[in-house]
Design a protein around this ligand. Structure first.
Ligand SMILES: CC(C)(COP(=O)(O)OP(=O)(O)OC[C@H]1O[C@@H](n2cnc3c(N)ncnc32)[C@H](O)[C@@H]1OP(=O)(O)O)[C@@H](O)C(=O)NCCC(=O)NCCS
Length: 201
């Protein structure tokens, strides 16, 4: 019966973009006043946006408009979108979200990116580990999905290390905005039961 399905399905309790901390990072809601740092550190860098669904901003007014809207979004209880700040120096270095939240399915989809100067130091793995902990242990998501260009090895490794299982490859499913090249897209996901099983290991 539909009521039983509803009762079984609607277990997620929204808590929104709460401030989180890890050893090296503060994950906090976005502010419009982040525009200067975000633009300087990654939002205008074609190496960062190479595999993303948006272009380098080109003009900081675009960053300001985006972050003004994002600051409002971050106030919604069903928004999970953090600015990544390095504790050391209080520097804004990146972005991570569990977006496309579906209330009934209890699912969300990952997005993340970070300034080049901080790549390869385990930072996104550290941020995603905490975001998954929050989503599964505090909010009650059932599934978190992620996808990346097959050739984006860094993103592939981050997801793999955080427990997102390989679920398939969509051939030439995305055309890179900057070059027009068509790339294969890898789909991954982690379920609540995977998360808690991994935690016990
Ligand atoms: C993808 C990205 C988030 C990775 O963040 P990061 O903090 O550099 O990743 P980590 O340091 O946590 O690395 C995790 C693993 O990936 C490896 N890795 C990271 N970047 C790599 C690269 N370019 N090539 C090969 N391996 C890479 C690391 O060595 C590490 O593996 P290991 O623990 O086995 O040594 C970052 O490169 C980025 O912001 N890229 C641009 C935006 C983007 O592509 N976002 C993802 C879209 S799906």
């Amino acid at each position: 019966m539909i009521t039983e399905i509803d009762e079984e399905g609607l277990k997620m309790e929204h808590k929104g973009t709460k401030e989180l901390q890890t050893e090296r990072l503060i994950l906090r809601p976005w502010r419009e006043s982040d525009a200067e740092e975000a633009f300087a550190n990654w939002m205008n860098d074609p190496d960062v946006t190479k595999y993303l669904t948006w272009m380098p901003h080109g003009d900081i007014s675009l960053t300001r408009a985006l972050l003004k809207a994002r600051e409002e979004e971050c106030k919604r209880p069903d928004c999970y979108h953090w600015a990544i700040v390095l504790k050391n120096g209080n520097i804004l270095i990146g972005d991570i979200e569990a977006g496309n939240v579906d209330e009934y399915q209890e699912t969300g989809g990952l997005g993340y990116c970070m300034g080049k100067a901080w790549w390869g130091e385990g930072i996104m793995t550290e941020a995603l580990t905490e975001v998954l902990r929050y989503c599964f242990e505090e909010v009650g998501f059932y599934r978190i999905s992620g996808s990346h260009a097959a050739e984006n090895i860094g993103s592939s490794r981050v997801m793999e290390k955080c427990g997102l299982k390989y679920e398939g490859t969509r051939r030439k499913a995305y055309r890179l905005l900057l070059t027009g090249e068509r790339v294969d897209i890898v789909e991954r996901g982690i379920l609540k039961e995977d998360y808690f099983r991994n935690k016990l290991l």
